[in-house]
Design a protein around this ligand. Sequence first.
Ligand code: CTP
Ligand code: CA
Length: 225
Amino acid sequence: KNHLATGLPLSKKKVLITAGPTHEAIDPVRFLGNRATGSMGFELAERAADLGAEVILITGPTTLELANKTIALIRVTSAEEMYLAVHTHFEKMHVVISAAAVADYRPKTVAEQKIKKKGDGDLNLELERTKDILKSMGEIKTNQFLVGFALETENELDNAKNKLQKKNLDAIVLNSLQDKGAGFGQGTNKVTFIDKNLNVNAFDLKTKSEVAIDIWQEIISLSNA
Ligand code: CTP
Ligand code: CA
């Protein structure tokens, strides 16, 4: 569609990226969430667009904005909403990267009214599992190149390899929290890229924009993208 994009490595490729945290409602004014900012997913989306891809970015709550206005941005709140948005587009995609920090649990019931304090006792919230969005894609994928992230604090490499296999992925990006400056809320990340043949490529600590470029280079060389 854009003749100027011809020759770029991802031109004519449809790419879907998930980003950000999810918020799981407790009552009309409260939620369970996490500290993800969405920046890794946003960088992956921007760099994919630079490389000529047609990009859809599905993000949980974040204050980030996109520089590239050709990227289709879909804003969602909960894991369930993200699941539905992802599956609206999944079948048509060539490459999918799951960078979102999806909540693993959500309150089993959402109170219709703001929960009021009762006496001086404790409050117990009952939680249920959310859908594993990435795993659900691995179960139905045909030719899509499917990439996950793994955040681990122990047995990093083994846990990441297990996730790669359990979710039927083509590759997984291990996010290391070991180095100072890496991870949530920082401008930098230290990642290790693992493909489905369990080839491991450990990158240095870099800006998230540089990390995104490294990830795309790996994907481009592995997929026939
Ligand atoms: N993921 C997802 N849907 C979920 C949970 C996780 O799509 N409900 C995706 C994440 O986007 C990430 C990958 O699965 O790409 C791994 O997420 P992570 O939290 O590291 O692993 P989990 O499988 O949730 O296992 P655990 O948190 O127990 O380590
Ligand atoms: Ca998890």
